[in-house]
Design a protein around this ligand. Structure first.
Ligand code: NAD
Length: 542
C-alpha cells in the first residue's frame, strides 16, 4: 500500500478509515480524503452543478461525488482540445516521445498510489490492479521508442523513376474521442490515448461513470509528465447522454466496451464518415490438447478465467479439454481454483477480488443459476460471498453446460468458466469458433509448432500458445483486437497508432509532365506511354 493512501491497517494519505465496526462486519471500510478527490475531479469540464456518487465495491460505501458534464461541456472540451492540438502538432516527434518516456517513469514510481485507487474503485485483487500501471508503462515505452518508425515521412517509388518523387506523410487526425469501460479503469482510459498523443492529436475522454477517479489520476499523470493540460480533456456522465455529442465532434472515435454499444457507436461514426476502432466483448476459448503440460495448463487456466474476477475482455469463458487428459486436468484445475485466496482488501494477499457492482453480481448469479437449473454441475465455487464484500462471487467451474443455457454462448464477464471434453481436435477447433465473437483464444500443448498451426485456425484476433492472454496483450508491438462481433480495428503496434493518422501522399514531378510533350498529339502521347509501359514492364520482369 502506498504512503499516499491508507485504509484499515495503514496510515496517512488520502484514504482514511470509515465508520465501520469490525465486530459486526468483517469487511473493511474506506473513504477518500475530500482534498484528494477535489484535486482529481477539478479536471472534469462541468457546468451542470450535478454530481453522482461512486461507491467502492470493497465495502459498498460511498467513495466520492463526481461532477457531471453536459453536452455543452463536451463542446467546450473539444474547443479547448482543438486549440491545444494546433500547437501540439508543431512539437517535434522526439519531444513527444521524451514526454511519453517520462510518463513511463512516473507510472512505475507512483504505482502504489495508482493501484490503491484502482482497487478502491474496482475492488479487484492487487496483483490484477498491478497489470494496469504495467500495461501503461509498456505502452508508453513501446511508442516512445518506435515513434519515428511509425510516424516519419517515407518515400515511395514514383511512376516515372527518378523524375517522380513521392512522399507519404502521417498527419494527425485532430481530436480523438475515447470512450472507455470500467473493468481496467486506469489502462483502458489511457492506453489508447498514448499513441493518439504521440501522433500529434488531442484527446477528449469519457471514462465509465463507475471509475472516473482512476481515469482522472491518469490525466493528472499525463500533465505531470509534460503533456499540455488542455491536450487531454475529461468529461463525465452517462454514455447515452455524452456519446452523441462526442461522436458529433470527434475526428476519430476509439471505443472499448460491449458489442451492443459498439454497434451504436459504429452507426453514428458511419453517419459522419469518421473512422472508429471498436474493442468489444468475447466468449473466449481455451484448448488443452492431449500433450499439454497439465500443471502449466491448470495454472494458466486459473489466470485465464479468474483474472480481475473474469471481468476482462480477453478472459476465458469456455474450456475444451482433450479426452486423454480431461480427468487429470480437471482435478488440477479444480484444486487450484479451490485453493485461491479470496478477499476484498488493498493487500497483496488475495488471488481474486470482488465484482465491481450489483449489476455485475446480478448477471453472474443469473448465468450460474440458469445453468444449474438446467442441469449443469458446479465443480468449484458457484455462489455469492457477501461475507467478503457486497458483490463478491466465487471463482466458478461448470461442467455439463448445454446450448440452452445462457452462459453457453453469452458473455458472462465474470468468474465463470464452462468446461467441455473433446475427442478430436478438428471438432474442438470448430466448437471454439462457434458463436459470434472472436477476441482471444489459448492453446496449451507441448508441441508449440502444432499449437501455432491450430492458432491460425481459431477465429480470434489474438491467440496465446501456452499462455492465458499475457503473451499477446503485453507484447505491445503485436496488434490486439477482435474478429467478428468482438470488434473492428486494432490497438497496439503500428495499427494502434496509424488509426489516429491521415495518410497523405505528396508527389513532385520533374522535367516531364503527364500529357502530350514535345509537340505530340494526344494519340502520339498514348502510343508513347503504351510503349514506355511495355519497356518498363520488361525491365521489371528481367
Ligand atoms: P458498455 O458498452 O456498457 O460501456 C462502455 C462505455 O461506453 C462506458 O464509458 C459507457 O458509459 C459508454 N456508453 C454506454 N452507452 C453508450 C452510448 N449509447 N453511446 C456512447 N457511449 C456509451 O460496456 P461495459 O459493460 O461497461 O464494459 C464491459 C464490456 O466491455 C464487456 O463486453 C467487455 O468484453 C468489453 N471490453 C472489451 C475490451 C476489449 O479490448 N475488447 C476491453 C474491456 C472491456
Amino acid at each position: 500500500m502506498s504512503d499516499a493512501i491508507s485504509g484499515p491497517g495503514a496510515s496517512g494519505g488520502p484514504v482514511v478509515e470509515g465508520p465501520h465496526d469490525p465486530e459486526h462486519d468483517p469487511r473493511a471500510s474506506y473513504a477518500l480524503e475530500p482534498e484528494h478527490v477535489a484535486r482529481l475531479t477539478e479536471r472534469i469540464l462541468t457546468t451542470t452543478g450535478r454530481t453522482t456518487v461512486v461507491h467502492s465495491p470493497l465495502d459498498g460505501a460511498p467513495l466520492a461525488n463526481i461532477p457531471q458534464s453536459s453536452a455543452d461541456d463536451v463542446a467546450e472540451a473539444f474547443r479547448r482540445a482543438r486549440i491545444a492540438q494546433a500547437a501540439w502538432a508543431r512539437v517535434s516527434i522526439d519531444e513527444r516521445a521524451r514526454i511519453l518516456h517520462r510518463l513511463h517513469d512516473i507510472v512505475l514510481d507512483r504505482q502504489a498510489e495508482i493501484i490503491d485507487l484502482i482497487q478502491l474503485e474496482s475492488g479487484k485483487a492487487r496483483k490484477h490492479a498491478f497489470d494496469e500501471p504495467l500495461h501503461i508503462a509498456l505502452t508508453a515505452r513501446y511508442y516512445a521508442r518506435t515513434a519515428h518508425k511509425h510516424l516519419d515521412t517515407r518515400s515511395a517509388p514514383g511512376v516515372v523513376p527518378v523524375l517522380t518523387k513521392v512522399e507519404i506523410n502521417r498527419l494527425p487526425k485532430g481530436v480523438v474521442g475515447i470512450i472507455s469501460p470500467w473493468n481496467y479503469p486506469f489502462t483502458m482510459a489511457l492506453c489508447d490515448g498514448l499513441p493518439a498523443l504521440l501522433a500529434g492529436n488531442a484527446v477528449v475522454t469519457k471514462p465509465d461513470a463507475q471509475t472516473m477517479l482512476s481515469a482522472l489520476l491518469g490525466a493528472q499523470l499525463l500533465e505531470e509528465a509534460g503533456f499540455p493540460r488542455d491536450l487531454w480533456q475529461v468529461v463525465a456522465g452517462p454514455g447515452r447522454e455524452l456519446g452523441t455529442p462526442i461522436i458529433d465532434r470527434a475526428d476519430y472515435i476509439c471505443f472499448t466496451g460491449s458489442t451492443a454499444t459498439g454497434k451504436i457507436i459504429a452507426r453514428q461514426a458511419a453517419e459522419r464518415l469518421i473512422g472508429c476502432s471498436l474493442e468489444l466483448g468475447g466468449k473466449n476459448p481455451i484448448l488443452v490438447l492431449r500433450d499439454a503440460d497439465i500443471e502449466r495448463a491448470a495454472e494458466g487456466a486459473v489466470r485465464a478465467s479468474f483474472s480481475n474476477a473474469g471481468q476482462l475482455c480477453v478472459s476465458t469463458e469456455r474450456m475444451f479439454v482433450a479426452d486423454q487428459v480431461y480427468d487429470r486436468f480437471v482435478e488440477r484445475f479444480v484444486a487450484r481454483t479451490k485453493a485461491m485466496s479470496l478477499g476484498a482488501t488493498l493487500g497483496w494477499d488475495a488471488d481474486m477480488g470482488t465484482l465491481i457492482s450489483a449489476d455485475q453480481l446480478e448477471t453472474v448469479t443469473a448465468h450460474v443459476e440458469d445453468a444449474v437449473a438446467k442441469g449443469a454441475r458446479v465443480l468449484a465455487g458457484g455462489k455469492a460471498r457477501p461475507d467478503l464484500a457486497p458483490y463478491f462471487f466465487e471463482p466458478t467451474i461448470l461442467e455439463g453446460v448445454t446450448p440452452e443455457m445462457t452462459c453457453f454462448g453469452h458473455e458472462t464477464f465474470g468468474p465463470v468458466i464452462s468446461i467441455y471434453r473433446f475427442h478430436d481436435e478438428a471438432d474442438a477447433i470448430a466448437r471454439a469458433n462457434d458463436g459470434e465473437y472472436g477476441l482471444n483464444g489459448s492453446v496449451y500443448t507441448r508441441d508449440t509448432v502444432r499449437g501455432r498451426a491450430i492458432a491460425r485456425q481459431i477465429k480470434c484476433g489474438t491467440v496465446n500458445v501456452n499462455e492465458a492472454f499475457g503473451a499477446t496483450f503485453a507484447s505491445i508491438d503485436a496488434p490486439m483486437g477482435g474478429m467478428r462481433e468482438s470488434g473492428m480495428g486494432r490497438r497496439q503496434g503500428s495499427d494502434g497508432i496509424h488509426r489516429y493518422t491521415e495518410v497523405q501522399s505528396v508527389g513532385t514531378q520533374r522535367l516531364i509532365r503527364f500529357g502530350p510533350m514535345f509537340g505530340m498529339s494526344d494519340e502520339g502521347y498514348a502510343k508513347f506511354m503504351t510503349a514506355s509501359l511495355r519497356i518498363m514492364d520488361k525491365l521489371g520482369r528481367a
